[in-house]
Design a protein around this ligand. Structure first.
Ligand SMILES: N[C@@H](CCC(=O)N[C@@H](CS)C(=O)NCC(=O)O)C(=O)O
Length: 142
């Protein structure tokens, strides 16, 4: 059975979860905050979420996962059959990620986010549970 590793506060995680639900695929959710700890890095080389566990191995990067689900389970289809319409859908999703989601995260005035991220990475280097796991995701990895 497919297993989705990650946590609901992540928009990326929710994109994959919605895809799985819309395609009515049986899957299990494995609560996992982002972490630089082993053994999660063996599943997700950047330590990011989401990760999809398949019978052929682990997949990361949301768009790669969505492409895989669409190709492996074509019905019901997310992407229109028409090539131009399909590109327009991709244009919308990619623009949303690049110019809205990522810009919001990188907002230069948002010093608190930058400070928190710096602390998170510092803690990871020390091998402690990350602030992100405690504060944002509300739980720690097993
Ligand atoms: N490019 C990745 C981005 C995923 C991502 O940034 N996820 C966040 C949670 S919303 C994360 O794992 N952050 C931890 C980190 O950046 O180390 C994807 O498309 O899946």
């Amino acid at each position: 059975m497919l297993k989705l590793h990650g946590a609901p506060p992540s928009n990326y995680y929710n994109m994959v979860k919605i895809a799985l639900l819309e395609k009515q695929l049986p899957f299990e959710e494995v609560m996992q905050p982002p972490t630089q700890d082993e053994p999660y890095l063996a599943k997700s080389p950047m330590g990011k979420i989401p990760t999809l566990e398949t019978d052929r191995g682990f997949l990361t990067e949301t768009h790669a996962i969505l492409d895989y689900l669409e190709d492996a389970y074509p019905s019901p289809a997310f992407r229109p059959a028409d090539t131009f319409a399909r590109a327009k859908v991709r244009e919308l999703t990619q623009a949303t990620e690049l110019y809205i989601e990522l810009v919001a995260l990188a907002e230069p005035d948002n010093r608190q986010i930058h400070a928190a991220r710096a602390e998170i990475y510092q803690q990871r280097r020390g091998g402690e549970t990350s602030l992100m796991a405690k504060g944002i995701f509300g739980f720690t990895a097993n």
